[in-house]
Design a protein around this ligand. Sequence first.
Ligand SMILES: Nc1ncnc2c1ncn2[C@@H]1O[C@H](COP(=O)(O)OP(=O)(O)OP(=O)(O)O)[C@@H](O)[C@H]1O
Ligand SMILES: [Mg+2]
Length: 331
Amino acid sequence: MSEVQAMPTTPGEAAAPAPAVHVRHVSKRYGERQALDDVSLEIGRGEFFGLLGPNGAGKSTLVEIMEGLRRADSGTVAVFGESPWPRNTALLPRVGIQTQSSAFFVRQRAHEHLRTVAALYGAPRSAVDATLEAVGLTEQRDIQVESLSGGQRQRLAIASALVHGPELIFLDEPTAALDPQARRDLWEVLRGLKAQGRTIVYTTHHLDEAEALCDRIAILVDGTVAVTDTPHNLVGGFKAATRLMLPLGRLGEDEAAAIPGVDRVTVQGGSLVLETREAGRVLSAVDKLTGLDGVQTRTAGLEDVYLDLTARLTRSAHTPRRNADTTEHQP
Ligand SMILES: Nc1ncnc2c1ncn2[C@@H]1O[C@H](COP(=O)(O)OP(=O)(O)OP(=O)(O)O)[C@@H](O)[C@H]1O
Ligand SMILES: [Mg+2]
């Protein structure tokens, strides 16, 4: 088992600042469970980076290793060029952390809790009210932490990660318990932080959100990074079918299936759904047959890419391995 060490700095490279986070060949096992298997990634300063993946994929484990809350079995992690493990006090003021199960001073009122956290980091008291305001907790400032609702506690956890103005912010599913408006409000807070040049590393199961916020995302499946790219490239490179939805009764199923370029026709929720990879051609055929009034189109988004990728990789991971000495092969 090797220690997680800071990357050595090469003489003469001082002009180029180290990336916010550099993870190289990190593996982590809990007993029989290989939670992370040779994960490498680099997160640039000022980047908004999203970690996606199914439950149990290893996102929290990876984030906690970056944060210095967990130790990797092997591999190296550097945060601003320094190892976060063992506990690196020089990094603490520069990093903000919201974990998936945050700890609170439950007997304190919301603003007291945040004041305590701010004091730990030497942040000014003025930051407390501003941060409560930013996460929409001004009205709850005098409520005891244990009496806050689930979403309000989550906001307080986020506030605790932000109050000392860190350069690098780790948020593990920050929007999980938030109502739709609070989620949008947090997006604005995070966009504001990014605009100030801060680096944000966060996990989410909301694909629409990752697509709206992240500069780049990594999709983790079974402890390995399946892909890292911009949402734009991921969606653009995914040759998914476009779905055209027609109000029922406008076109028969057989008639629709006969249109050149239509791959599949189904009836779903009051619509006749035509799947095609030649949307322009099919739309103009539909226009000629029935007109385009009320026709809706839906193109692939990050969610389609994610579902396709994770289903394929999870399936292949669960395909039984054959012995090397057999001549059988998988179709
Ligand atoms: N402290 C632990 N002890 C034993 N196994 C653990 C521990 N923490 C995580 N695991 C296991 O490691 C795997 C990865 O867990 P992790 O919490 O990193 O996943 P995740 O991607 O964050 O999932 P989720 O989306 O549900 O939050 C899971 O199989 C989990 O059961
Ligand atoms: Mg998690």
